[in-house]
Structures are given as C-alpha cells and as structure tokens.
Write a protein that binds this ligand. Structure first.
Ligand SMILES: [Zn+2]
Length: 72
C-alpha cells in the first residue's frame, strides 16, 4: 500500500472517519473472491467510497498451500 493509501485506510477503516467530510464511515462491502481481502468503506453523509486491499483473503491462507501442518 502506498503511504497516502495507508493513511486513508487508517482514517476511514480504523478511525471510522470520513476523509472528505469528517463523518462516520462504515464497511459497505467485503469481497474475498479474488483471493485478496478487499474491503470497501463508505460515508453515508457525503457519498465518499473507497475500496482497500488489506491483504490475502483468509481462505487462501487456510487452503493448505504453504500453510502450517494440520493438527493430528
Ligand atoms: Zn463523508
């Protein structure tokens, strides 16, 4: 993630503050179908929206490729 991207993520996703109007943001969509954990945050007050790629989707980590040994 680029620096301004992580700053935006910090503001919109962690602090839940709209970078545009200062209102409250919420998670509007989560999509892991591409293998990446994509989360879109939005602000109802001004209509601001932004999707963030927050890393590999959880299911790709649990699929066994390069993962840990299963418990036995
Ligand atoms: Zn806003």
């Amino acid at each position: 993630m680029a620096t301004d991207e992580s700053e935006l993520y910090q503001t919109a996703a962690v602090e839940r503050r709209c970078p545009q109007c200062g209102g409250r943001t919420r998670l509007v969509e989560k999509d892991t179908s591409s293998g990446r954990d994509m989360r879109e945050y939005g602000c109802d007050a001004c209509g601001w929206r932004r999707a963030f790629d927050v890393g590999p989707a959880l299911w790709t980590l649990m699929s066994g490729d390069g993962g840990g040994e299963p418990e036995s």
